[in-house]
Structure formats: structure tokens, C-alpha cells
Design a protein around this ligand. Structure first.
Ligand code: FEO
Length: 390
């Protein structure tokens, strides 16, 4: 395995996790990469490490360029273990290496994971000369942990952005100039929705902090490096962080005997009548993280569950729990569901949607056993009327 040159003296020395399919609940159908970067200068510098278990791959790539024992500086932009997991390994190989992390939260988090490896805290505006190059540190707290920071390197004007602008996207191509670009944007959107979305305000601050930097390359800690499409990814982050909404509407449901499914299609009809673009997700087949990516910019969300043992179905409860943690903007909502007796689920769904800061468009919709054609037509009509009033 070889280091891959980003530009003269700067190399990608990360690891490719082709088979990652679940990243703490986020389904990663394209795998991921853990990106570490090596800078050859008077002080040999490593930006971040990789997840534990991928150290040999990183070391092999570093060795293709330089003896890893010669590393003088390690910058830890973020203490989450997918980036710091091999910090103890690197310190064992290069004990003289000084480790820089965000003052306060960065030091606290690294100490909690690995004990005292000898850290130096850095604050906003501080920089480190490593020879011909200078590293400037920019704290970006809560994008998406308290300790996050990014590192800007001159004169090449490279932003080592850690999780920001990343994608869970395994590929042998390392830049946006070589990779499947539409896939990179799909995965960047999914990454933002599933990791960064709750921190829109903090992301806006981070974008402001970086706005004056003459960025020529963005090296994130997952996925491909941005070299050609920096204005596009910055514009997308700006829109997502602002909570911008479009004309899509999502309808999420589970179903036992197709009655709640029929109600979902009636809601779809009502939305279509209003010129919206509804997207339907049967939780029996769809995963939460894909739905969240599509839900991020939708103005409307409808969630349906049959009543099962006096409750909503577990799949719907799972979705709502995930959605509650990741809501980035306020949506208008509809709760619905079929039942045989009891019929508690639509109210339970409505309660959870309210807890997600959604505003109910209609009282919860419930149908006993099997909806008749005229009941479905009435649902479509009511939904269209409620949306029309907004
Ligand atoms: Fe990729 Fe927050 O770690």
C-alpha cells in the first residue's frame, strides 16, 4: 500500500474500510475511509490518525514515503476514535512527536480515551511553523463534537477539515477530480444529514470562521479530497446549515396488513395534488439513515404506524428516535395509522413528532381495520386542504 500524493510534500496515508456497513447506527452502504495526511517538512507532520485496527495500513502507507519514527508533530483535529484510535500506536513509534489538539475539549477527550500522551492545547488564531509551511488552528466546536477543530496550511492553502465536508465513501480514487462525483455529493449530503445536521448554528459559525481563508484544497477525514468542486460543497454546506427546505415531502410508515400502507398512498395523493414531491418509505425495507438524508430538506413529514400490542410498531419508534436526534429544521407533520382495536399508535406518533419540534397539520388520522375507498379519498382531500392552507 502506497501513500497517495495530494501535492508536493503532502500525502494521504489513511485507510479504506471497504466493508463498513454500520457506523454507530448510520448505515454506510458505500463503506468509508479514515483519512490521515502526512506532510514532509522540517517537522514531519501527521494530521490525524485512523481507526484502531487500521494502523498497519496507515503505517505501510507512511513507510512508503518516510520512516514513521521520524514524525515530529501529530495534529489531532478531533478525538473521536475513528480519527484518534491509532494515536497511542503512533506515539509508541514516535515518542518524541508533539501532539496538538484543541485546548480544553480536545485535551480532555484525548486524555479520557488514551491517558496522558503529552498534549499541547491550541486556541483560535494560534499557529505552528513546521518549516516552509505554517499550520493555523481554527476551533469548530460542535461540528460535531465539542473538541472539533480544523487546520489550515499555507502556502498550499489546504484545509484539513476533519469530519466537515466528509463522506462515508470507500474508493480507490482520492479526489473529486477522479471519483464518481454524483456519488460523492450523495454521500456528502447523507453524511451531513446523519452527523452534522443538529448543529446548523455551529456549522454556520465554522463556515464564517473559514470564509476568509483562500482554500484551494479541502482534505476531510472521510471520503474523497475536494480539489475541483470546493465552491459547490461550500454552497451545499451553507444551504444545509441554514436549514433550507424544498418541495419534497416524506411519508414514513410500517404496515401489518397493508392498511397503513394504503393510508400512506392516500397522503401521497393529497401531497401530489398540492404540487409537492412526496417520497414514500416502508420501514420494513428502508433504513433510518437513508430516510434522514432525504428528510433533511423536506418541508413536510408524515409518519404512520398500525397499532401493535397497544403501541406503535418498533420500527416506527426506532425511526422517530433517530429523527428526534437529527432534526435540523422545523417541519409540518401528519401522524396516521390503522388499528383493529385500541388504536393508540397515531396519537403516540403525533406526540413523538411534536417532541421533534414538528407542527401538526391535522389531528392524527386513524382507520379501523381496512380503509374503504371513500375513506382514502377523504384522507387525500384533507391532506391537500391542510397543505393548501400553509
Ligand atoms: Fe469521523 Fe466525529 O468522527
Amino acid at each position: 500500500m502506497q501513500a497517495l500524493k495530494i501535492c508536493e510534500g503532502v500525502y494521504w496515508v489513511g485507510a479504506i474500510d471497504w466493508n463498513l456497513r454500520n457506523f454507530h447506527g448510520y448505515e454506510t452502504e458505500k463503506g468509508s475511509t479514515y483519512n490521515a495526511y502526512l506532510i514532509l517538512d522540517e517537522k514531519v507532520t501527521l494530521i490525524d490518525t485512523v481507526k484502531e485496527g487500521f494502523g498497519d495500513e496507515m503505517l505501510e502507507r507512511i513507510r512508503s514515503v518516510i520512516d514513521p519514527a521520524k514524525i515530529d508533530v501529530i495534529v489531532s483535529n478531533h478525538a473521536e476514535p475513528d480519527h484518534s484510535g491509532c494515536l497511542p500506536l503512533m506515539k509508541a513509534i514516535a515518542p518524541q512527536a508533539a501532539v496538538y489538539a484543541a485546548a480544553g475539549a480536545g485535551i480532555k477527550d484525548l486524555s479520557a480515551y488514551y491517558g496522558d500522551l503529552g498534549y499541547t492545547g491550541v486556541k483560535a488564531g494560534e499557529s505552528l511553523c513546521i518549516g516552509k509551511r505554517t499550520l493555523s488552528f481554527v476551533p469548530t466546536p460542535m461540528v460535531h463534537w465539542p473538541d472539533n477543530m480544523v487546520t489550515f496550511m499555507t502556502p498550499e492553502n489546504i484545509l484539513f477539515s476533519n469530519d466537515a465536508f466528509g463522506q462515508h465513501y470507500a474508493s480507490d480514487e482520492r479526489t473529486d477530480a477522479e471519483c464518481d462525483l454524483p456519488e460523492a455529493f450523495i454521500q456528502a449530503r447523507k453524511y451531513y444529514a446523519n452527523i452534522v445536521q443538529p448543529y446548523g448554528m455551529q456549522t454556520r459559525k465554522a463556515l464564517d470562521a473559514c470564509a476568509g481563508l483562500p482554500i484551494q484544497t479541502i482534505c476531510p477525514s472521510h471520503g474523497i479530497v475536494w480539489t475541483k468542486h470546493i465552491p459547490e460543497i461550500l454552497a451545499l454546506y451553507k444551504a444545509w446549515a441554514a436549514g433550507e427546505q424544498d418541495d419534497t415531502a416524506i411519508v414514513v410508515f410500517d404496515t401489518m396488513w397493508h392498511s397503513t400502507e394504503a393510508m400512506a398512498h392516500a397522503i401521497e395523493d393529497g401531497m401530489l395534488a398540492c404540487g409537492l414531491k412526496p417520497r414514500l418509505y416502508n420501514l420494513h425495507h428502508c433504513n433510518n439513515s437513508d430516510i434522514i438524508a432525504d428528510a433533511m430538506t423536506s418541508k413536510y413529514i408524515a409518519v404512520g404506524s398500525p397499532t401493535l400490542n397497544n403501541n406503535m410498531m418498533p420500527s416506527v419508534a426506532s425511526f422517530l428516535t433517530y429523527f428526534k436526534g437529527l432534526t435540523g429544521n422545523k417541519k409540518k407533520s401528519i401522524a396516521f395509522g390503522s388499528y383493529g382495536w385500541g388504536g393508540q399508535s397515531p396519537d403516540q406518533v403525533a406526540e413523538q413528532l411534536a417532541a421533534c419540534k414538528c407542527e401538526a397539520l391535522l389531528p392524527p388520522i386513524r382507520i379501523a381495520y381496512k380503509p374503504a375507498a371513500e375513506q382514502l379519498a377523504k384522507i387525500a382531500e384533507d391532506v391537500a386542504a391542510a397543505i393548501g392552507k400553509n
